[in-house]
Each structure stands twice: as C-alpha cells, then as structure tokens.
Design a protein around this ligand. Structure first.
Ligand SMILES: Cc1cc2nc3c(=O)[nH]c(=O)nc-3n(C[C@H](O)[C@H](O)[C@H](O)COP(=O)(O)OP(=O)(O)OC[C@H]3O[C@@H](n4cnc5c(N)ncnc54)[C@H](O)[C@@H]3O)c2cc1C
Length: 210
C-alpha cells in the first residue's frame, strides 16, 4: 500500500480529492493534512463579506470531501518535513509517515512593508474573515488593486465602509499587471467607481502607521 500525503487543502489538492472520489485508485492510501475541517472558498469570500452568501454556503467541507474520496482527514498544520525519513512533523508534536508527499499550502501576503504587522492580511482567509467581524468598518485602506483587492473593496463599500484602494500601477483596478488591453480593468473600474470606492492609482504604499 503506497501512502500519499497531501499537505494543505489548496485548489490543486481539492481537485485531486475530487478525482479520487469519482475514480478511486487501488493500492493507494491518501491522507490530507490541513488546519481546518471546513474552509471558506476564496472566490465567494467577497460575497460573504457583502452578505450575499451565508458562510455555510461558501465553505468547502474538507473532511466530507475526504470521506467521499476514501481519504483520511488529518486536522493539523505541518511545520517540518523530514525528506530522508519521509515524515511530516505537525504543530501539535505528532507526525505522519508517507511514501510520497505533495505540497499545496498556499501563499502568504507580503509583509515586508513597514507597519504591516498592524494591518490585517487577507490570507489566511478564515482568520481574515473572523478578524473582520470583530472590527468596526469605518475607513478602510486596501493595498493592492488586483482582482481580489477590487472585489474586497466593493464588498466592504457595500457594508458602508469608506474604502480607498491603493495601487502601485497606473492600470485600473482589477486589470492584470501585464495587460495591455484593459477591457477587464475598465469594466471592473466602472463597478468600483459605482460603489463609491476611491482609487489611488500609481501610488504604491511604502509604509502604514497607526
Ligand atoms: C478575496 C479573494 C478572492 C479571490 N477570488 C478568486 C477567484 O474568483 N478565482 C480564482 O481563481 N482565484 C481567486 N482568488 C485567488 C485564490 O484564492 C488563490 O489563487 C488560491 O487560493 C491559491 O490556491 P492555493 O491552492 O495555492 O492555496 P490556498 O487556496 O490558499 O490553500 C492553502 C491550503 O493549505 C492549508 N495550509 C496552509 N499552511 C499549511 C500547513 N503548514 N500545513 C498544512 N496545511 C496548510 C490552508 O489551510 C489551505 O487549506 C481570490 C483571492 C482572494 C483573496
């Protein structure tokens, strides 16, 4: 029996689990290790913030998906891999042995900006959502005006926050960094303006205070 360990319930691993659910592979013992039994789906996060979706409807049930995929669900966070011994060390001190390991633990928000420790990072998404619920949304500054930043700005404005979206690029919010044709950016920009979000383009944040 070959033991395959999936670290993190990122998009790629969710697709792997879904394909195991429809087409099981015999002779393989699949394990998913990830911190949350249920996690919010990023594409629906702005809709949850705006109140268009209930959190329940926007969550991926990692544990249930494992059940359908005949995979073992292990709740935890991997802190170290011993590649020689083929062992993953977990935050709680336990370990998982494997024959093959696949990593999909996602990305973290760039935090080298001076003062970033005082800001709220959008990832991990569930921590962001929890922290947002505890805050009074008066004036909000969002650094980064890609598709996610633009969607978050509109969602927060929908909740009556006064939002300013800061971009280091001259392109409209939501436009791809390397795009010459800005059709998508112009469309998104129209919606962003309609929701009353202020856009500060070509003015990248260099630090945050307060
Ligand atoms: C507001 C917003 C809206 C977005 N909308 C879209 C969209 O509509 N379409 C789109 O394609 N993209 C969208 N994105 C981008 C999308 O979220 C990312 O591109 C995508 O999540 C990246 O997937 P990933 O598989 O790399 O990791 P993630 O989806 O971040 O998954 C990482 C997983 O690993 C787990 N994990 C982390 N550390 C560990 C560890 N040490 N041990 C074990 N598990 C760990 C996490 O809990 C999580 O389950 C959006 C992003 C944001 C912020």
């Amino acid at each position: 029996m070959r033991r395959i360990l999936l670290v993190g319930a990122g998009h790629a691993h969710l697709a792997v689990l879904r394909s195991f659910a429809t087409m099981p592979v015999y002779g393989v013992r699949l394990t998913l290790v990830t911190p949350l039994a249920k996690q919010v789906y990023s594409g629906m996060l702005p809709g949850v913030i705006a109140g268009h979706y209930r959190l329940d409807d926007a969550q991926v049930d990692n544990e249930a998906l494992c059940g359908r995929a005949f995979a073992e669900f292990s709740r935890g966070r991997v802190t170290r891999l011993d590649l020689q011994a083929r062992r993953a060390q977990l935050e709680d001190g336990s370990a998982l042995e494997y024959d093959a390991v696949s990593l999909n633990p996602g990305s973290l928000v760039e935090d080298s900006l001076p003062g970033a420790q005082r800001t709220l990072a959008v990832k991990p998404l569930d921590a962001f959502l929890g922290a947002l619920d505890e805050r009074k949304l008066g004036r909000v500054a969002i650094v980064g005006a890609g598709a996610a930043g633009a969607e978050l700005a509109m969602a927060l404005a929908y909740r009556d926050a006064a939002v300013t979206l800061y971009s280091d690029r001259p392109t409209p919010p939501g436009a791809a960094a390397d795009s010459r044709s800005s059709t998508a950016g112009e469309l998104v920009s129209g919606y962003v303006n309609a929701t009353g979000v202020s856009v500060s383009a070509a003015s990248g944040a260099t630090s945050t205070t307060g």
